[in-house]
Design a protein. Structure first.
Length: 245
């Protein structure tokens, strides 16, 4: 977070970030930033998006413990590095150093950035990822559940049933619900609704469509339910959210 403050939503979590703070979001997790209600000050934040594959290839035999947390899809995998906490000093310093290279020719600093990412990941592992219990991080289970999650991403606007989603993963409905909650910290339909809400945010921000039309386009057939769900997930009504954009 470079200027101002925002309310950051990641899956079921809500985090208020101020200047100097950072948040780590594992791959595939729904997230969105919203201007704090009533705050009209300038906000500016940057994202560092990268793949861990180059790091894993460098140390194929020893890298597993460092990255197994990414095979999970649970809220505790998120890490907020608050600038007021001394333990985050080195991690935030490395992040700021990486951001200094964003406008430079990548060929002149690619190896430097990769080196800084290694340092960043080591700090993140020491501070947080090493403490996560990965007992439910079974790769086969993850892949099965991800099939249904990918299907939700592609077909969120359609009516989807529990039977349909569980069959995509190859599980019974009860086992699917239990495994899905262990993996994501949410029920399948809580997760689906969050996808729909994130999609509605895009439409609220980029179009002049009526809110009732947006609700229908993203898969809600009841405007009251859409408004309640939106407010629960985003911390603001659809109308208030649109006014901040």
């Amino acid at each position: 977070m470079e200027k101002g403050k925002v309310d950051f939503y990641v899956e079921t979590g809500h985090y208020r970030l101020k200047e100097g703070d950072a948040v780590f979001i594992p791959p595939g997790m729904l997230h969105n930033a919203v201007r704090c209600e009533g705050d009209r000050k300038l906000i500016k934040y940057s994202a560092i998006v990268f793949s861990t594959e180059p790091m894993e290839r460098c140390f194929p035999s020893a890298s597993s413990p460092y990255f197994e947390g990414l095979g999970l899809h649970r809220p505790e995998c998120i890490y907020t590095a608050m600038s007021g906490e001394n333990k985050n000093k080195k991690l935030l310093s490395v992040i700021r150093e990486i951001l200094r290279y964003r406008k430079k020719d990548v060929t002149s600093c690619e190896l430097t950035i990769q080196g800084l990412l290694f340092v960043c990941w080591q700090e993140l592992y020491n501070l947080h990822l090493s403490k996560i219990n990965s007992a439910t991080g079974d790769n086969a289970l993850s892949k099965d559940l991800l099939r249904s999650m990918d299907y939700m991403q592609m077909h969120y606007a359609e009516p989807l049933s529990l039977k349909q989603l569980s069959e995509i993963s190859g599980y019974s409905e009860s086992y699917y619900c239990h495994s899905f909650h262990d993996y994501t910290g949410a029920t399948p339909f809580e997760y689906l609704n969050r996808i729909r809400i994130v999609k509605s945010c895009e439409l609220l921000s980029t179009t002049d469509k009526k809110i009732t039309d947006i609700a229908s386009l993203v898969g809600f057939n009841n405007i009251s339910y859409f408004n309640r769900t939106f407010t629960k997930v985003m911390g603001a009504t659809p109308s208030a959210y649109r006014r901040t954009k």
